[in-house]
Design a protein around this ligand. Structure first.
Ligand code: B3K
Ligand code: ZN
Length: 869
């Protein structure tokens, strides 16, 4: 490592010494040597005439101040210090960059044949020297010059104001963005595309041109993205009263992209995974994913772009809030219960896991080495839960008042999380003083609840104790303000109104102390409590439910989420119990009444198919492993497998009947049809483990008229290791080898292959499959990421081969794409949670990595934290 990367602290924030009000950029695009001319209008703010600009990997060609050459400057690895500047000046900087050599996909790079940029968080400094921090907001004017034949489309932020041709076969386009913005929202794209055009008129009458740019030949696959964009624009007007603010909105889909998408002002750049879809190549969940991500990036236009972040520690200000908005969008358009179930799954799986490991951090981190490491499930998904809790405490009306006040106060500026909470507090009059701790305290609170019914007094008491265990980053924890949503039921299923002092009280209890008791009056029988309804806070609930209470709630709870959650708690009891049995060398047991409870749900015609599918889905391996201090890979895998095969065997007739009844002849992507396919394919997933499995799966693969059914068949064949697996895999690969994006689904199946030779097949795929490339993040995450994350038995094999393979891959990615490398290393970082033998092997791989000469700051931060454990 050249230099030990330095940490930055949230508390060290200081205002910039200068600001840049306007910038004129000119890009003369060439594959290996692009010239970037930046003319900035600089204004001194503090008492210093020295300006320090960020820069990374740039070749400096010239500096001028007010038109004259300037030599009062000093260059270091990541900075350009310019001295003796006038209070106001025009600063011209000319730099040279090499887009073709940029495999890190940050800054200006080539994706296939196109030029594109990715600047968040700190990528703009790889384009030119600049005040690359989110609290410096400038008006951007951008001229892009490139070869006319190879790059007919030249795009940047804002409105197109001029264009022209030069005499050497090149042309240029000038763009102007009227909204001041931080550099991370800058974008440029040059390439040859198919364009889908549409139009949207905002509620106040602004006509907006909509354009989606995709690789040639993919025009048909961009239709759903356009529908989703129009739905997003409409929804944001209706639910949040927010309109679009430019005359054009462009989305470009690229194949090489480190994450999902990027909300650059007026010019979103997307991973093609979140744009391209048609019936033959995309699954229902791909369609829903596109809707959510198109919505998310669009919603950033207000929550992120119009009001941006003062510094990167405030990232959750825009991300938590925008995730909340995209979750609400998906819930308003589709099934609220199914969306909630899936979102809660991410918290209980990946987020709780992050809280319990070396990367634990509050949603507003205090210390960061590499900002790219903090685009996490904590900042995003837990951040969204924190917004959701405020929504629960305030209610929709007050929450929307808070949003209005937030925009009134902060539109056009860079704000903090504290600003957001203040706006919510001031607009609603609700005290959020203690609630603010959710921003600064990391970790997962445990809520331990006990109940007491006093028949003579007809009172029912719930005692709630909260405790947040110490995390890697923070030892001392305080009591949080936890909205705790409860409902009580009588034995006939009737809801018992919550009363105190003779008056009805709200279902959402304010838990604020280490321990407190809530007493309800006029309770005429011992009730069954439904606790933490809607997952009203991101906490772990401990309550000693009996099986009877849980099966009761599965049927009688008034909301679907609570019914699903009761089913999950019932499964959790028997998963834990059976893991202990397996560890003691005993057989697995699943009592008849558990099977009956799931049979009841499967046969209940009054329930939505999508919901039944969720109830019948077992918790993920990752979620289950989070329940144990020491993860017993083999016992957990065995228990999950045997519970699945037991349910399959016991419910075979009902599963089979449902499977056949739900057959569809035509493919439509409305929510009812998606739900029915989902249930039918969950049934197939079970039936694959029965005698008829191979025949059913093979028939479904060959009959399928859409990708959802195709993939369900392939996944079932893979999970149950059916004889047809090989031929289906071959057929699919023959059909789709030319299309990397569609092959990603096949790669993910190879990654999760439970067969003992899975790693050999993966290595072979990497070296010989024409669609695979380690340079492409989607391919890498599909094949190798799936192996690390979702193939526990093979990844954690006691020979250590899985870990060595991970070491090899991460070493290579550290040189080519550090962000991707850091995203993949998580699998190794939880080593203290495994047995001694695995711990030693995992640690050895981490130690080899941390000793690398060219270790990136991304990996340095994660590896050092992991090894501190
Ligand atoms: N804001 C981007 C993420 C940028 C990630 C930088 N490593 C996408 C999003 O959250 O909408
Ligand atoms: Zn976002």
């Amino acid at each position: 490592m050249a230099q030990t990367p330095q940490a930055k602290y949230r508390n060290d924030y200081t205002q910039p010494s200068h600001t840049i009000t306007d910038i004129e950029l000119t890009f003369d695009l060439h594959d290996t040597a692009t010239t970037v001319t930046a003319v900035s209008y600089v204004k001194q703010l503090a008492d210093s005439n020295t300006l320090c600009l960020h820069g990374d990997g740039l070749t400096l060609e010239a500096i001028k101040v007010d038109g004259a050459d300037w030599d009062a400057y000093e260059q270091s690895q990541d900075q350009l210090e310019i001295r003796d500047l006038p209070v106001h000046c025009e600063l011209t900087i000319i730099t040279l960059v090499n887009p073709e050599a940029n495999t890190a996909l940050e800054g200006l790079y080539k994706s296939g044949g196109a030029f594109c940029t990715q600047c968040e968080a700190e990528g703009f400094r790889r384009i030119t020297y600049y005040l690359d921090r989110p609290d410096v907001l400038a008006k951007f004017t951008t001229t892009v010059i490139a070869d006319k034949n190879a790059y007919p489309y030249l795009l940047s932020n804002g409105n197109r104001i001029e264009d022209g041709v030069t005499d050497n076969g090149r042309h240029w386009v000038k763009w102007q963005d009227p909204h001041p913005k931080p550099s991370y929202l800058f974008a440029l794209v040059a390439g040859d595309f198919d364009v889908r055009r549409d139009q949207y008129t905002t509620k106040s009458g602004r006509d907006v041109t909509l354009e989606i740019f995709v690789d040639k030949g993919n025009h048909e696959r961009s239709k759903h993205a356009m529908t989703s964009l129009i739905n997003s624009m409409k929804w944001d007007e209706e639910r949040f009263g927010l309109e679009y603010d430019l005359d054009i909105y462009m989305i470009v889909a690229v194949d090489f992209f480190n994450m999902g998408a990027m909300e650059n002002k007026g010019l979103n750049v997307f991973n093609s995974k979140y744009v391209l879809a048609d019936d033959q190549s995309a699954t229902d969940s791909d369609y829903l994913g596109i809707e959510a991500v198109i919505g998310h990036e669009y919603f950033h236009n207000w929550t992120g772009n119009r009001v941006t972040c003062r510094d990167w520690f405030q990232l959750s200000l825009k991300e938590g809030l925008t995730v909340f908005r995209d979750q609400e969008f998906s819930s308003d358009l589709g099934s609220r219960a199914v969306n909630r179930i899936n979102n809660v799954g991410v918290i209980r799986g990946a987020q709780f896991q992050q809280d319990s490991g070396p990367m634990s951090h509050p949603i507003r981190p205090d210390k960061v080495i590499e900002m790219n490491n903090f685009y996490t499930v904590t900042v995003y998904e837990k951040g969204s839960e924190v917004i959701r809790m405020m929504h629960t405490l305030l209610g929709e009306t007050n929450f929307q008042k808070g949003m209005t006040l937030y925009f009134e106060r902060h539109d056009g500026t860079a704000a903090t999380c504290e600003d957001f909470v203040c706006a919510m507090e001031d607009a609603s009059g609700i005290d959020l003083a203690q609630f603010r701790l959710w921003y600064s305290q990391s970790g997962t609170p445990i809520l331990t609840v006990s109940s007491n019914y006093d028949a003579s007094a007809q009172t029912y008491a719930l005692t709630v104790a909260q405790h947040t265990p110490a995390t890697h980053d923070q030892k001392d924890k305080q009591a949080l303000h936890i909205p705790f949503d409860v409902e009580l039921y009588a034995s006939d299923g009737r809801v018992i109104e919550l009363q105190r002092n003779g008056e009805k009280v709200d279902n959402v209890l304010n838990v604020t102390q280490d321990s407190q008791t809530f007493v309800f009056e006029n309770v005429t029988e011992c009730p069954i409590p439904s606790l933490l309804r809607e997952f009203s806070a991101p906490v772990k609930l401990v309550y000693d439910y009996s099986d009877e209470e849980l099966t009761f709630l599965m049927v009688h709870a008034t909301n679907e989420f609570a019914r699903w959650d009761a089913g999950q708690m019932l499964l959790a009891k028997y998963i834990r119990h059976n893991v202990e049995r397996v560890q003691a060398g005993k057989d697995i047991e699943l009592p008849e009444h558990i099977i009956d409870a799931f049979r009841g749900v499967l046969l209940n015609d009054s329930l939505e198919a999508a919901f039944i599918a969720e109830v019948l889905t077992l918790p993920s391996y990752n979620e289950v492993s989070g329940w144990f201090d020491t993860i017993d890979v083999d016992a957990i895998t065995q228990v999950l497998h045997e519970i699945k095969t037991t349910l399959a065997a016991e419910l075979v007739d009902e599963l089979s009947a449902t499977y056949h009844t739900l057959k569809q002849t035509t493919y439509t992507i409305d929510h009812a049809a998606i739900g029915q396919r989902s249930l039918r394919n969950v049934c197939l997933g079970y039936l694959a483990f029965t005698e008829a499995g191979n025949q059913l799966v093979e028939a479904q693969y060959h009959d399928a008229n859409n990708m959802t059914d195709t993939m369900a068949a392939m996944n079932a064949a893979n999970r149950a290791q059916l004889p047809c697996r090989e031929s289906l895999m071959k057929d699919y690969s023959d059909k789709w080898s030319h299309d990397g994006l569609v092959m990603d689904k096949w790669f993910a199946i190879q990654g999760t292959n439970p067969a003992s030779d899975a790693l050999d097949v993966i290595r072979q795929t990497m070296s010989s499959h024409p669609a695979f490339s380690l340079k492409n993040p989607n391919r890498t995450r599909s094949l190798i990421g799936a192996f690390f994350r979702a193939n526990p038995v093979n990844f954690h094999t006691t020979t250590g081969e899985g870990y060595q393979f991970a070491g090899e891959i991460i070493r290579e990615l550290n040189s080519s794409n550090p962000q991707l490398a850091a995203g993949m290393v998580d699998a190794l970082m939880q080593f203290p949670r495994y047995d001694k033998q695995r711990q030693t092997m995992l640690k050895a791989e981490l130690e080899k990595l941390v000793a690398l000469d060219n270790l990136s700051s991304d990996l340095y931060e994660k590896l050092t934290k992991a090894l501190e454990q």
